[in-house]
Design a protein around this ligand. Structure first.
Ligand SMILES: *Cc1c(COP(=O)(O)O)cnc(C)c1O
Length: 294
């Protein structure tokens, strides 16, 4: 146990981003975690194999199940999102697929927000339908009124806030309370807000998705996703990712970790530019004059 490390929950989010997933003194003092390129893992002897071998949920036993680089990124994402655990996957789309298929089975009903990212909608209406899951798309502004849409076989309420690309901001706590009252799992795609501008686990979310391809990595050079969970929802998500063979290459994980370090400064500048641009557009009398000014 560390003696002097302050409680992580008391750190400011920007401080968390600077430190998350780092463990220098386990890596000869190197600030960043090493990039492990690994598939086969060797065991010292059969006793070692018997102890570590079956523990594929949390240990380094085969490259596909994760290396120390994977676990560093996962720890960092869990800290960033304010969740308990995180599972790294190869894209945001995989994160959506893993999250949904962790909690749905044939005969179940899914409530998905109408403003969800296009390929997420496609997954629900197409792929999940093939496996016998029925989806209803609901109004992003429905709030606690979601209660009226929940059926006996509704298992998941899926949110995306702000939504693609119309940017409705959902009443996450209101929807989560109504969903939990009927034993539904609440999954939020938190990509647009990023872990900095919305803290999902403080508002009743059970599972939070990041397309780390976007703000987290930040430089348009990697595809990466993370499914962050509570302690209770972690195991089923981990097992689903492993069942599907979802895995991530170590260099991509490293870029994800590296991106997290500058997320705070990049997003502040992004917001400044966005507001200035909005102001500028607001001053143009018509969209036509906006066009000529460009
Ligand atoms: C881009 C995006 C995704 C999908 O992520 P990829 O990494 O491109 O697969 C999911 N949700 C939202 C809100 C996105 O913007």
């Amino acid at each position: 146990m560390s003696r002097s490390r302050p409680d992580k929950r008391k750190r400011r989010p920007a401080t968390v981003l600077g430190r998350a997933g780092r463990n220098p003194h386990e890596n000869r003092g190197a600030v960043n975690p090493p990039v492990y390129h690994a598939s086969t893992i060797l065991f010292r002897d059969t006793a070692d194999l018997r102890t570590r071998g079956p523990n594929r949920l949390d240990d380094v036993v085969y490259g596909r199940f994760g290396t120390p680089t994977t676990f560093a990124f996962e720890e960092a994402m869990a800290d960033a999102e304010g969740g308990a655990r995180s599972v790294a996957v190869g894209s945001g789309k995989t994160a959506v697929a893993v999250a949904l298929s962790s909690f749905l089975a044939a005969g179940d009903h899914l409530l998905m927000v109408d403003s969800a990212y296009g390929p997420t909608r496609g997954l629900a209406g197409g792929w999940l339908a093939r496996f016998g899951v029925e989806t209803t798309f609901y109004d992003p502004c429905i709030g606690a009124g979601i209660a009226g849409q929940i059926r006996d076989n509704t298992r998941v309420v899926f949110l995306e806030s702000p939504g693609s690309h119309t940017f409705e901001v959902q009443d996450v706590p209101g929807i989560a309370a109504a969903a939990h009252a009927r034993d539904c799992t609440v999954i939020l795609d938190n990509t647009w807000a990023s872990p900095l501008f919305f803290r999902p686990f403080e508002h009743g979310v059970d599972v939070s998705i990041q397309s780390a391809t976007k703000y987290v990595s930040g430089h348009s050079d990697v595809m990466l996703g993370a499914v962050t969970t509570t302690e209770e929802t972690h195991v089923v998500v981990r097992k689903t990712a492993q069942a599907l063979g979802a895995t991530v290459g170590p260099d991509d994980l490293y870029l994800g970790l590296r991106g997290l370090r500058t997320l705070d400064v990049r997003l502040r500048r992004h917001m400044e530019t966005g507001l200035a641009l909005g102001d500028y557009v607001g001053k143009c009398r018509t969209l036509d004059s906006f066009g000529t000014l460009l």
